[in-house]
Design a protein around this ligand. Structure first.
Ligand SMILES: C[S@@+](CC[C@H](N)C(=O)[O-])C[C@H]1O[C@@H](n2cnc3c(N)ncnc32)[C@H](O)[C@@H]1O
Length: 359
């Protein structure tokens, strides 16, 4: 399967500045980018026992100046924005070394920032020199392609994920260690392999099964690996051949989850049943009075399904808003009908209607 000239579900070897150009406009649903951080490490770091800290000092992370880094960042962001669908969004992860420059550039290139998520590392590396605070987090900026766009966000799933509490913007996740960390001859195969847990949340929250996820800086292929497991398509680019091989091997071992497991079941919305259906089918009669819970307000149902109260008319929602004096009122939870001498919320009548009509 291909999009434009680029094969889908493959780690491609090359420079993403060139390879992104091969993707058609509006073809991707999500970009996850873990670009070079431009860490500017100029000397080796040692622990108190004089052992050398294995830091990110790779060639791929070196830029001569901030200006060069900014030009690079602008170029790939513009390409990502071009390939994203209007409903698409982008995640960029970075540290204090680069994330502020990336954030400004995201805004300058037309993206609309939705959140910055703090990845709090539960097992961070200490500050061995004792000269600064221990750097225990990274920042992920989530932005939509357009302002006011209808981007994908699985709010309910994220809430369920978080034990029914709204998911917040601080995520406590350990660094990638243990069996998940890919090693070659005992050494970490990639210096910045991200935890799958991080990508699991991102992909579950902001894409749908079958969506296309693009990762311009694949490294060990974490985003592609999680995308494949979660039944999403991916295209990943990586400049260093050794990492391309590593990521391809990693991906080959992954079996996607069965499709039924990928459904967002907590989000299945009930079909819309408008108030008019209840009136037209006789669940609520034309000429009947509807009441507020304390019976202080009542309104008469009209044949056109509007409500009439003291010369004011409107829908169940708009009239409910006026007479309740609230900023906004949902008529389904404001108006009651009288049944067998007691007041019954009209939403209860709607439930009966749904049950009877199996909708
Ligand atoms: C921060 S690492 C990504 C790590 C990855 N998220 C993971 O979990 O393994 C950035 C990667 O981008 C690659 N890279 C840097 N510049 C690139 C470019 N212009 N095109 C493609 N890959 C590039 C580097 O070789 C490096 O592997």
């Amino acid at each position: 399967m291909k999009t434009g000239a680029v094969e889908i579900n493959r780690i491609h070897h090359g420079d993403s500045l060139e390879l992104l150009k091969l993707l058609p406009d509006s073809s991707a649903d999500l970009v996850f980018a873990d670009p070079p951080y431009n860490l500017q490490l100029h000397r080796n770091l040692f622990r108190p026992d004089r052992s050398r800290v294995s830091a990110v000092d790779d060639g791929w992370d070196k830029f001569d100046s901030f200006l060069e880094y900014d030009d690079f960042t602008r170029a790939w962001l513009l390409e990502c924005r071009r390939v994203l669908k209007d409903t698409g969004s982008i995640w960029v992860i970075g540290s204090y070394h680069n994330i502020y420059r990336v954030g400004a550039m995201l805004q300058d290139t037309g993206f609309w920032i939705l959140n910055d998520i703090i990845w709090v590392k539960t097992n961070p590396m200490p500050n061995f020199m004792g000269t600064r605070f221990a750097n225990a987090h990274e920042t992920m900026i989530w932005a939509s392609r357009l302002r006011n766009a209808k981007y994908t966000f699985h709010y309910q799933a994220m809430k369920g994920f978080n034990d029914d509490l709204q998911m917040r913007s601080d995520w406590m996740i350990p660094l990638c260690k243990g069996p998940e960390r890919i090693r070659e001859e005992g050494r970490r195969a990639h210096s910045t392999q991200k935890p799958e847990e991080l990508l699991y949340r991102i992909i579950m929250a902001t894409t749908n099964p079958g969506d296309l996820v693009v990762d311009p800086f694949a490294g060990s292929g974490t985003a592609a690996a999680v995308a494949k497991r979660l039944g999403r398509n991916f295209i990943a680019f990586e400049r260093e051949l050794e990492y391309v091989d590593l990521a391809r091997e990693r991906i080959a071992d992954i079996t996607p989850l069965n499709v039924p497991l990928l459904e967002y079941r907590t989000e299945r919305r009930l079909p819309r049943v408008p108030f008019g259906n209840l009136v037209a089918s006789g669940y609520i009669m034309v000429g009947e009075r509807l009441w507020s819970a304390d019976r202080s307000v009542s309104a008469e149902v009209q044949a056109d399904t509007s409500l009439l109260c003291d010369g004011m008319t409107g829908s169940i929602h708009s009239l409910g808003t006026i007479v309740s004096g609230r900023e906004r009122t949902n008529g389904w939870s404001y108006w009651h009908a009288e049944r067998e001498g007691a007041l019954l919320l009209i939403d209860e009548l709607r439930k009966e209607y749904r049950k009877r009509h199996q909708c």
